[in-house]
Design a protein around this ligand. Structure first.
Ligand code: C2E
Ligand code: CA
Ligand code: CA
Length: 679
C-alpha cells in the first residue's frame, strides 16, 4: 500500500487517470479485435491481426508514455527520440508476434506462448522506454521489483490470452481486464523498481512544464483515435455479422420459396402454443394440409410452374391469417403444410377452416391456363384428440390421409377408429407390392349391353386382388393405395396386357374396356404403352376402349388432348367414365374426342329419388345428343331403371341386372364368349 501510494505520489494523477483510461479502453478494443481475428480466416485474419496488434501496441506504449509524462521522480527529464520510437516498435511488433501465435491453431500451447511473447513485449517496451527517459540524476533499479514486473507481465498476459481464446460471453471482457492489469502492473511495479538520485535542484512535479501536458494530450488523442478506429471496425463487423445472423436465423426458420414458416419454426411454435394452452386451459387445433394435385402440376408443367403455384399459395395463405386467434401456417414439406389455431369457439375454428379451403381451392392462373391445386385437410384438437405433441401431429396426419382417401369429406376431423384403419392400410400397401409378382391379381369382366336390343356390346375389365389371407379385395380398396405410389403404373400395364391378350382369343369381336388411372396418364407415355401392348398381343385397336375420368385430363388439358388424339389415331376408342361426379364440364365434351359417356353408377343407387335420376339421365342424354356421343348408364340393378333408360333413349347399359363382373372362365362357361383356342 505504501509502495502504491509512494509511486502514485510521484505521478500527476490526471495523467495517471488518462493513462489508465487509455490502458483499459485499449485493452478492451484489443480483446474484441483479437476475438474477431480468432474467428477470421485467410485475408480477414491478417486484417484483424494487424488491427489487434496496432491497437494493443499503441495502448501499451501510450499508457506507458502518458504515465511517464505524468511522472516526476523529482528530477527534470527528457525523452530520447530514437529509443522512444524503438519502444513503440517493440510494443507493436511484440503484440503482432504474440497475437499471431495466439490465434494460430497449429499446436496446443501456442496461445500460452503467444501470451508470454505479449508479456515480454510489454516488459521490453517499458524498460526500453525507461532507457529513453533521461533524467538529471543518478538512477538505480531494485532487481526484485524488476523481476516481479517481468513475472507479472508474463503470467497476466498468458492468463489474458487464455481467457480470450475461450468461448463464452465474458471471454472478451476477462481478456481485456487481465491485459490492462498486465500493462498497469508492468508500469507501476517497474516504476517502483526505479530510483532517481537527484543531482540538481528538485523539480516540483505538480509544476511540470506545460509542453509535457500538451504532448501527453496529443499522444492520448492520437492513441484514442487509433484504438477508436479499431473499435469502429469491430462494431461494423459485429453489426454486419448481426445482420447476417438475423438473415440466417430468418432463413433457418422460414421457407425461402413461400415465405411461410418452415418445419423447424412450426415445431417451435407448436411447443409454445401447447404450453400456452396448458397454462390457460385452452384448446389447440392442428390442421394437416396436403395438396391434392401438386405432383401432377409439377410433373406436367415443370418445376417452375410448381414453384410458382407454391409461391402464390404461400402468399394467399399468409394473407388469410388473423393474429388474434393464434393462427399460424407453416410449409413442412414439398406440398405439405401445417396450420395451428387456438380453439376459442366452434365458430372461429370453422371460419379458419373455411378461409383455408377458400385459398386452397381457389384456381391459380399460370401462364395461359388455370390450375386448381385442391388439398386434403385433417384436423386434430388438443387435448380432445391427443394428449401430447407427437400424438397431435400423428392424428392430424391420420385425419388428413382420411380426407385424401375420401374427397367428399372436407375437412376431416380425427376419430379414434382411424388408427386401426391406417395400420391396416399400411400393411395392405406392403402386401400390394408383392401382389403383381405373386400373380395375385385377376381380371373380371362385366358385360355391357345395347338397351334397345339387349345384345352384348362389350365388356368392362375390372381388376381384383386375391389376397392370400384376406380373400378377394375390391379395386376401390387397393387402387387408391396403388395410386399413392408408382405401383399403379405396374398394375395398370399388367391389366392392359392381360385383357388384350385374353380378348384377342375371343371368337366374338366384342369391345373390351380398360380403366386408366390418372397417374398412368401423367407418369407414363400411355400412348406408347397402349400401342406396344396392342402390337405384342395382336388385339385389333378397334376392340379396345379406354375409360378415363375428367379429373385425369383436367390438370393439363393441352397435353391430355395431344395424348388422347394419339390414342384415338391408333383406332382405340375412349369413354368418359363416372360422368356427373366430377367437373361435368361441357368444355370437356367439346374439346376431347370421346366416343362414349358413362353416367356414373351413383345416380342409380338406392339413395337417389327416381325423379333426380331421371333429371340427370335426361340432361346427360341431351348433352350426348348435342355432341353426338352415345351414352351408357352404369350400375343398373332393376328392370324399372332399364325401362326408364330405354324410354329416355339411352343407348347402352351396364349393371348387375345385365350381368355381374365375373372371371373370363365363368363367362366362357355360360356361353357368352367362346375362345378361339383352348383357354
Ligand atoms: P368403375 O370404372 O366405375 O367400374 C364399375 C364399378 O361398378 C365396378 O366396381 C362394378 O363392379 C360396379 N358395378 C357394376 N354394376 C353395378 C351395379 O349394378 N350396382 C353397383 N352397386 N355396382 C355395380 P369395382 O369392380 O369394384 O370397381 C370399382 C372401381 O375401381 C372402378 O369403377 C374403377 O374406377 C376402378 N377399377 C377397377 N378396375 C380397375 C383397373 O384395372 N384399373 C384402374 N385404374 N381402376 C380400376
Ligand atoms: Ca370404368
Ligand atoms: Ca364408372
Amino acid at each position: 500500500m505504501m509502495v502504491v501510494r509512494c509511486i502514485l505520489g510521484q505521478h500527476n494523477l490526471w495523467l495517471v487517470f488518462v493513462a489508465a483510461l487509455l490502458c483499459f479502453s485499449g485493452s478492451w478494443v484489443t480483446a474484441s479485435l483479437f476475438r474477431h481475428a480468432l474467428r477470421a480466416k485467410n485475408s480477414q485474419w491478417y486484417a484483424w491481426l494487424f488491427l489487434t496488434a496496432l491497437s494493443s501496441g499503441v495502448a501499451i506504449w501510450c499508457t506507458h508514455f502518458v504515465a511517464m509524462l505524468g511522472y516526476g521522480g523529482g528530477a527534470s527529464a527528457r525523452f530520447d527520440p530514437l529509443l522512444t520510437s524503438i519502444s513503440l516498435l517493440i510494443a507493436v511488433v511484440g503484440s503482432t508476434i504474440g497475437f499471431t501465435l495466439a490465434t494460430c491453431r497449429f499446436a496446443r500451447f501456442l496461445p500460452e506462448i503467444g501470451g508470454v511473447i505479449v508479456g515480454l513485449s510489454i516488459v521490453a517496451m517499458h524498460y526500453t522506454g525507461m532507457l529513453a527517459y533521461r533524467v538529471q540524476g543518478q538512477t538505480s533499479w531494485n532487481v526484485l521489483y524488476l523481476a516481479v514486473s517481468v513475472l507479472a507481465a508474463i503470467v497476466l498476459c498468458v492468463l489474458a490470452v487464455r481467457a480470450g481464446v475461450r468461448s463464452g460471453r465474458w471471454a472478451s471482457t476477462c481478456m481485456a481486464g487481465v491485459l490492462a492489469l498486465a500493462v498497469l502492473c508492468v508500469h507501476f511495479i517497474g516504476m517502483a523498481a526505479y530510483h532517481v538520485q537527484v543531482t540538481q535542484l528538485p523539480v516540483d512535479i505538480t509544476g511540470r512544464p506545460d509542453d509535457s501536458i500538451v504532448l501527453a494530450a496529443a499522444i492520448a488523442i492520437m492513441s484514442f483515435l487509433i484504438v477508436g478506429g479499431g473499435l469502429v471496425s469491430g462494431m461494423i463487423d459485429d453489426s454486419s455479422r448481426a445482420d447476417s445472423v438475423e438473415k440466417l436465423r430468418r432463413m433457418a426458420l422460414n421457407d425461402t420459396l413461400t415465405g411461410l414458416p418452415n418445419r423447424l419454426n412450426f415445431h417451435q411454435r407448436l411447443d409454445l402454443e401447447l404450453e400456452w394452452a396448458r397454462e390457460h386451459g385452452g384448446r389447440l387445433a392442428l390442421i394437416g394440409i396436403d395438396l391434392n394435385r401438386f405432383k401432377e402440376i409439377n410433373d406436367l408443367r415443370g418445376h417452375k410452374a410448381g414453384d410458382e403455384v407454391l409461391r402464390i399459395l404461400g402468399r394467399r395463405l399468409r394473407g388469410l391469417l388473423q393474429d388474434d386467434g393464434g393462427e399460424f401456417i407453416a410449409r413442412t414439406g414439398g406440398d405439405e403444410f401445417q396450420a395451428l389455431c387456438r380453439v376459442i369457439s366452434g365458430e372461429q375454428i370453422k371460419s379458419f377452416l373455411h378461409r383455408l379451403e377458400e385459398v386452397l381451392f381457389k384456381p391459380i392462373r399460370f401462364e395461359d391456363s388455370e390450375v386448381l391445386p385442391g388439398a386434403s385437410l385433417g384436423v386434430a384438437i388438443w387435448p380432445d384428440h391427443a394428449s401430447d405433441k407427437e400424438a397431435l401431429i400423428n392424428n392430424a396426419d391420420l385425419a388428413m390421409y382420411r380426407a385424401k382417401a375420401d374427397p367428399g369429406r372436407h375437412p376431416c376431423f380425427y376419430e379414434p377408429s382411424m388408427d386401426e384403419k391406417v395400420r391396416t392400410r399400411r400393411k395392405l400397401a406392403v402386401d400390394l407390392r408383392q401382389a403383381v409378382k405373386a400373380g395375385q391379381l385377376a381380371v373380371c369382366y362385366q358385360v355391357q349391353r345395347v338397351i334397345a336390343t339387349g345384345e352384348i356390346r362389350g365388356y368392362e375389365a375390372l381388376v381384383r386382388w386375391n389376397h392370400p389371407t384376406r380373400g378377394t379385395i375390391m379395386p376401390d380398396d387397393f387402387i387408391p393405395l396403388a395410386e399413392e405410389s408408382d405401383l399403379i403404373l405396374q398394375i395398370g400395364e399388367w391389366v392392359l396386357r392381360t385383357v388384350c391378350s385374353e380378348a384377342v382369343l375371343w371368337r366374338q369381336p366384342y369391345k373390351v374396356a380398360v380403366n386408366l388411372s390418372g397417374m398412368q396418364f401423367v407418369h407414363t407415355d400411355i400412348a406408347h404403352v397402349v400401342s406396344t401392348v396392342l402390337k405384342e398381343t395382336g388385339l385389333p385397336p378397334e376392340r379396345l376402349e379406354l375409360e378415363l375420368t375428367e379429373s385425369t385430363i383436367i390438370a393439363d388439358q393441352v397435353r391430355a388432348l395431344q395424348v388422347l388424339r394419339q390414342i384415338k389415331d391408333m383406332g382405340v376408342s375412349l369413354a368418359l367414365d363416372d360422368f356427373g361426379t366430377g367437373y361435368s364440364s361441357l368444355d370437356t365434351l367439346r374439346r376431347f374426342p370421346f366416343d362414349r359417356i358413362k353416367i356414373d353408377r351413383s345416380f342409380f343407387g338406392a339413395s337417389r329419388a327416381n325423379h333426380q335420376t331421371q333429371a340427370v339421365v335426361h340432361a346427360v342424354l341431351a348433352l350426348g345428343k348435342a355432341f353426338e356421343i352415345p351414352v351408357m348408364a352404369e350400375g343398373i340393378e332393376t328392370k324399372d331403371q332399364l325401362t326408364m333408360l330405354n324410354a329416355a333413349g339411352c343407348d347402352e347399359a351396364q349393371g348387375f341386372l345385365l350381368g355381374r363382373p365375373a372371371p373370363l372362365a365363368d363367362i366362357v362357361k355360360n356361353g357368352q364368349i367362346t375362345m378361339n383356342c383352348a383357354h
